[in-house]
Design a protein around this ligand. Structure first.
Ligand SMILES: [Fe+2]
Length: 499
């Protein structure tokens, strides 16, 4: 039934007061609505049903003599172009009422009921639409907040598509990104999994079948409300379905599609759903573009770092590979200490770049085989501060700066540039100091040949507690010994490539 005729009880009551006739409404199923004060219950009206049927089928005013009711009149009630019930009036035969007056009265009353019903439906439609819009808005804001905080990933896309699939009552949702095939996501309703034997092939088929000339593609979407409409789609799945796909586009770059597939043909994709999926596709495209940009920036920083390392090592022929080896030792220590990810990153960059300040020192001093003058020594001592100043403008490295600045502090406070003591020296600086000292001893320098790992560990032991943090020397020595045992007394690897 299109309208709820039971809501007209009060209305019938008012109309019944106008004349002596009894009024009632019957819907298609024979349900009877009478005024609340009516003495006649619905059970006593059963014999009016054939007359009500006649009124509804005749689509017009009817009059009849009914046993026990004397006289009855009826008009159909219409809604949405079809008859949904009847309005009947009956009474004793002595009621004097001309049929034409009765027809006019009932027709007007029926029209009031019809208009009221239309209003009722409109209000219900508006309420439905509003509540759906509210749900959409709620879903959109929740997802938008969620995906803004995430980096582009498979799990992010998967949970996004699951939410969209549920919210839009679909059976399958997908993200098809040809340039990033490894990130393609297809999610299906678990209880319908048996109907999707090969979701990837189905999605490929759906996307490939979107006609290039479809006008909606100008607005970056494609809708198919029934697969039977187009043979190319019909053959993709044994059951009829509907399908909606929206392009993932950002700045004229086409990344692929987000799409929905539903075998429920009882409804169609609504405008609000199209808008919602479009917004999601825009968000996803922006995230992909931002992630690309971020990765480009990260690659750029890595390349800048590589160039800086090459620049340092080109100046001092004896320190080739030093930065990278110090980095490897520091990574071992960080793992053993179980440092959090952020601190590992800080140590990673600081260890690779710890000597970057040597760029500002002349090659004659760096490669001088003899004893350095006081002035030259002061220049060498300035390299942590120079390194700090060189890298200060690079925001991505800001948290690694303290490790670079303090890698020549001594545990007893006699180091440089600040003479910090013990735990006042940042941990990253203390770790680099141990790794740096060990690698310097085991490498050939302008003024002396390389020493063995065993000799180097002995020297570390000697300076433990004075130059270096004793707990870190102990941990480091243990790691080096384990490493030596693993490679049968061979020293740890001396070469490699920067990541
Ligand atoms: Fe240094």
């Amino acid at each position: 039934m299109l309208i709820d005729l039971s809501k007209f009880e009060g209305f019938l009551e008012s109309m019944s007061r106008i004349n002596r006739l009894q009024l009632e409404i019957r819907d298609e199923a024979g349900e009877v609505v009478v005024p609340p004060s009516s003495e006649k219950g619905p059970d006593q009206s059963v014999d009016l049903q054939p007359f009500a049927q006649k009124v509804m089928e005749g689509w017009s005013f009817q009059r009849a003599s009914i046993p026990g009711r004397a006289v009855a009149f009826g008009v159909p009630i219409q809604q949405g172009g079809r008859v949904v019930g009847s309005l009947l009036a009956y009474g004793a035969s002595d009621v004097e009422m001309r049929p034409e007056d009765m027809e006019a009265f009932l027709a007007q009353t029926a029209r009031l009921i019809e208009e009221n019903g239309a209003c009722q439906r409109e209000i219900e439609d508006i309420t439905d639409e509003l509540s759906q819009s509210f749900e959409d808005l709620h879903l959109y804001s929740r997802i938008a907040t969620q995906i803004k905080t995430l980096k582009f990933s498979d799990s992010m896309l998967k949970s996004l598509m699951e939410e969209i699939m549920d919210a839009m009552r679909s059976d399958l949702a997908f993200a098809e990104l040809p340039e990033r095939r490894m990130h393609n996501v297809r999610v299906v309703k678990p209880f319908l999994a048996h109907k999707f034997k090969d979701p990837a092939a189905l999605v490929d088929g759906l996307v490939d079948s979107i006609p290039a000339e479809a006008p909606s593609l100008k607005e970056n979407y494609f809708i198919l409300n029934h697969s039977e409409e187009q043979p190319v789609f019909r053959r993709l799945h044994p059951e009829p379905y509907r399908f909606l796909a929206v392009k993932v586009v950002h700045d004229h770059h086409d990344y692929g599609w987000l799409g929905l597939f539903s075998m429920n043909l009882g409804s169609i994709f609504r405008q609000s759903e199209l808008r919602l999926l479009t917004s999601m596709a825009e968000q996803v495209a922006a995230i992909i573009a931002n992630t690309d940009l971020y990765q480009d920036l990260e690659r750029f920083v890595v390349n800048v770092v590589k160039s800086l390392v090459h620049a340092i090592e080109a100046k001092d022929v004896y320190t080739r590979g030093h930065s990278e080896r110090v980095n490897l030792y520091c990574t071992m220590v960080a793992e053993e200490l179980g440092l959090p990810e952020q601190e590992r990153q800080n140590l990673h960059w600081a260890s690779i770049l710890h000597d970057v300040g040597k760029i500002g020192i002349s090659e004659q001093i760096l490669n001088k085989p003899g004893k350095l003058t006081t002035e030259e020594f002061l220049m060498i001592q300035d390299h942590p501060t120079k390194g700090f100043n060189i890298l200060k403008p690079i925001e991505q490295l800001s948290q690694s700066l303290s490790g670079i600045l303090h890698h020549h502090e001594r545990y007893d406070g006699k180091g440089y540039p600040f003479g910090l003591k013990g735990d006042a020296i940042p941990l990253v600086g203390r770790i680099i100091a141990v790794a740096d000292t060990y690698d310097a001893i085991t490498s050939t320098r302008a003024y002396r040949p390389a020493k063995s790992s065993h000799e180097a560990l002995e020297i570390l032991e000697e300076v433990s507690g004075s130059q270096l943090d004793p707990s870190l020397v102990e941990l480091f020595s243990r790691l080096i010994v384990e490493e030596m045992e693993d490679v049968e007394e061979e020293p740890p690897p001396r070469t490699g490539t920067l990541g």
